[in-house]
Write a protein of this length. Structure first.
Length: 62
């Protein structure tokens, strides 16, 4: 079963950064803001994967 929603810890692990970086990037608009579900903050896996794909495309375009 694929997990479609990620906690800040899981999103950070996917990008290999710290949780504070995830929150800073969300505030800066680098990654989408999290979904709020009953007091929890969760990111869509597809949103994080899209950010990674965009960064990869920019790297290859440069």
């Amino acid at each position: 079963m694929t997990k479609n929603l990620l906690s800040d810890r899981e999103a950070a692990a996917l990008i290999s950064c710290g949780k504070s970086t995830i929150w800073r990037w969300a505030a800066e608009g680098v990654i989408p803001r999290p979904l709020k579900i009953g007091g929890m903050s969760r990111w869509r896996l597809s949103d994080i994967e899209a950010v990674i794909a965009k960064a990869d495309a920019q790297r290859h375009a440069a």
